[in-house]
Design a protein around this ligand. Structure first.
Ligand SMILES: NC(=O)c1ccc[n+]([C@@H]2O[C@H](COP(=O)([O-])OP(=O)(O)OC[C@H]3O[C@@H](n4cnc5c(N)ncnc54)[C@H](OP(=O)(O)O)[C@@H]3O)[C@@H](O)[C@H]2O)c1
Length: 239
């Protein structure tokens, strides 16, 4: 398979790229700073590096880069800094998701392209009944108002859930929702649920980035996993 990864220089993205390469797939990455790719990936013979700021690409450029890709994964996220959280681009994840989807549509692939979006358990799947307490609703409303990345994550997932929807002939999608991200150097046991099993605010769990990368790889490469989770927003926790 050929997979295009956005956010490949990030803490999760680089682990995803590594696992996809270990599965002997070809990986294309769009990165604004190729120097930030780890040394073990940089010169890999199945890694194709596109040096660009993703939101600067035209739809035609994106379609060209996506040509021949079987799957797309986004691990994009706002940098944890004042400028990253509050400065432009405020809709980094949403705009990149839309651009990637429009690139796929422009190519009219013969087979649907898989799209796996890294998101957050702080985002509800509004296709399911995921009730929140009054206090949780208040906290989420404040977070949404005060922290632009939260609204961005919600809009990005909504783009796939509502605009692309369940019946699209060219794009199939899964939105992966980890809880608090932690680092680990090896894949460990993890559990995946259709909806949060704990409160992301008052009883947060943890998810190691390498497990997120493992689950995203599994979705992309295993038809059984894809069939199980297609069109859903699975929540992943470390066991
Ligand atoms: N923190 C948590 O506990 C948590 C929990 C659940 C979900 N999440 C979600 O998971 C996402 C990924 O997490 P992570 O820790 O792997 O992220 P990360 O290490 O911060 O990586 C973010 C990626 O996005 C890219 N990026 C940031 N701003 C950009 C811009 N303006 N233009 C182009 N690319 C840009 C970065 O590129 P550069 O390397 O060039 O900066 C990097 O590749 C988070 O952002 C969040 O939405 C986080």
């Amino acid at each position: 398979m050929t997979i295009l990864v956005a956010g490949a220089t990030g803490a999760t993205g680089r682990l995803l790229v590594e696992q996809l390469l270990n599965h002997r797939h070809t990986v294309k990455v769009i990165v604004r700073s190729p120097d930030r790719l780890p040394a073990n990936l940089k010169n890999h013979d199945r890694l194709i590096v596109i040096h660009a700021n993703i939101l600067d690409l035209s739809e035609a450029d994106m379609a060209r880069h996506l040509n021949g890709c079987d799957a797309v994964a986004s691990c994009l996220g706002h940098t944890i800094s004042l400028n990253g959280m509050f400065g432009p681009p405020r809709r980094l994840v949403t705009d990149a998701t839309r651009l990637l989807c429009n690139g796929i549509y422009a190519n009219k692939p013969e087979k649907p392209v898989k799209f796996v979006l890294m998101n957050t358990t702080a985002n509800k799947n509004r296709d399911l009944h995921e009730p929140l307490s009054i206090l949780e609703r208040v906290v989420f409303a404040l977070v949404r108002l005060l922290l632009p990345p939260q609204a961005d994550n919600e809009h990005a997932a909504n783009y796939l859930r509502v605009t692309v929807g369940q019946e699209d002939r060219l794009i199939e999608w899964v939105v992966v929702r980890p809880d608090t991200l932690i680092n680990d150097d090896k894949v460990t046991g993890y559990e995946v649920y259709a909806s949060p099993a704990r409160s992301p605010i008052f009883n947060a769990g943890s998810t190691s980035r390498i497990n997120v990368a493992h689950f995203m790889t599994d979705l992309i490469t295993s038809d059984n996993s894809w069939k199980r989770w297609r069109g859903q927003m699975p929540v992943i926790y470390n066991r």
